[in-house]
Design a protein around this ligand. Sequence first.
Ligand code: PLP
Length: 447
Amino acid sequence: MGHAEFTLRDQVDARRISLDEYWMPFTPNREFKADPRMIVRAEGVFYWNDRGERLIDASSGLFCCAAGHGRKEIAEAVGRQLAELDFSAPFLRGHPKQFELATRVAKHTPGDLNRVFFANSGSESVESAMKMALAYHQARGQAGRTMFVSRERAYHGVNFGGVSLAGLVNNRRKFGTGLPGIAHMRHTHVKENFFVPGQGEHGADLADDLTRIVNLYGAENIAACFVEPIAGSTGCLVPPKGYLDRLRAICDQHGIVLVFDEVITGWGRTGQAFAAQTFGVTPDIITMAKAITNGAQPMGAVAVSERIHDTIMAAAPEGAIEFFHGYTYSGHPAACAAGLATLDIYERDDLFARARALSPYFQDAIFSLRDLPVVTDIRGFGMMSAIDVAVDGTPGRRGHVLQKKLFDNGLHLKTTGDAAIVAPPLVSERAHIDMIADILRRTLAAL
Ligand SMILES: Cc1ncc(COP(=O)(O)O)c(C=O)c1O
C-alpha cells in the first residue's frame, strides 16, 4: 500500500498529516485514504469538515449524541472530574460518582432493573450481560443453561460473544465459528410490513421461533435470549405488534433470561428512556451505551433485575467476589461525570418527551421519500428510521455510494449495506428535519 497524506484545510488548524498509521474501524481504509472525508468540529446538530463546510448530523454521530454536539455542561463536568480525580482503581475501591450514576440510571430503567454494572462500550455491555445470565443460572442450580438465542440481522457488538450472537453475516464470516451453542431466530423484516410506519401488523408469530428452539434444544440448556427491541444497525427493523410481548411470555414459560440490547434504542430514541417502556415489555436485563454520555466519553452499562442480582449475590459465600468480571475502566470517573451531566440535560430539558413530540413530523418527512424509484422500503419508529435502496449488482454497493454522496451534499448518516439509517439528535428542530429530508431527496433522486 502506498503512502497517503492529507492536508487538513481547517482554517484554524491547517497542517499536513500522515494517513498511513491509523487503521480505521469498519472502513474501507484504502478507499478512505485515497479520498478522505474528515470531520473537524461539531456543534448542535451540525458537523463541519476541514474545508469549513457544514453538514447536518442525521445519525447523532453514531446514535450517540442525543442532546446534540458540543454540550458545554458535559465538557466542563469531565474537565472538573479529571482535575479532581482522574482515575481510581475500579476493583475494591469506589468513587462517589459511580454510585450516583448507577442510582440515576436506575431511576430511568423499567421494573426492578435497578442494579447497574458499568463497562466502556456496547460490546462490553453485551459480554457482561452474557456472563450475568450464565452466573444467574449457575447460582440457582441450573448450570446446564449455557446456550443463547439471538436473531438473524442482529448486531450485538464486535467481541466474540457479541459476534456469536450477531446475525449480520459480514460481521461473522471472517472470524471462525464463534461461541458454540447459539441459535438464531428469524428476523422480522417481512414483506407485508414494507413501507408501514411504526409497528407492522404482521410477524408477531416469528417470536414462536423461540419455542421451536426450546423444543429442539431443551429449555434446561438455554440461558438467555438477546434481542434489540428495534434492530438498529441492520436498518431499523421495528418489532411487529405483539412480537416482544410474545418473546417475554415464552421466556417466562421456560425460565429464559430476556435481554434487550438497547445500545441504540436506549436514552430517548423511541420517546421514552428505553424501548422497553415504549413497547410495554420489561426484560430481565438491558444493555446500553452511546447516549448514556451523549457520546462524550466511552461508556456502557448493564441494568439487571434485582432478582438476578440478588440470586448471584446470595449464592456466593460471605466475603467472596460474587461476579468475577470487570474492566480497568468500569465506572471511570470522567465517564461517570459525563453520564451525570448528560442525564441532567435529558431530565432538565425533558428530552425524551421532546423526541416523542417530534417523531410524527420526523417519520412523515422520511416516509415522504417513498415515491423515489430507488427506494425499496422505509421503516421507522420514534426518532429512528431506515431507507432501503435497490441493490446495484453487489449488495451494499449502492448504500456505500449513497453515504459518500450524502456527505458531499452536506449530510452525515450511517449506512449498513443498502439501508440508510436516519436518527438525528433529539434536540433537532423541524427545520433540521426538513433539511435532512431535502438532502436525502436530492441525493436519492440523483443516485
Ligand atoms: C444493539 C447494539 N449492541 C452493541 C453495540 C456495540 O456497541 P459498541 O460499538 O459501543 O461496542 C451496538 C453498536 O452500534 C449496537 O447497536
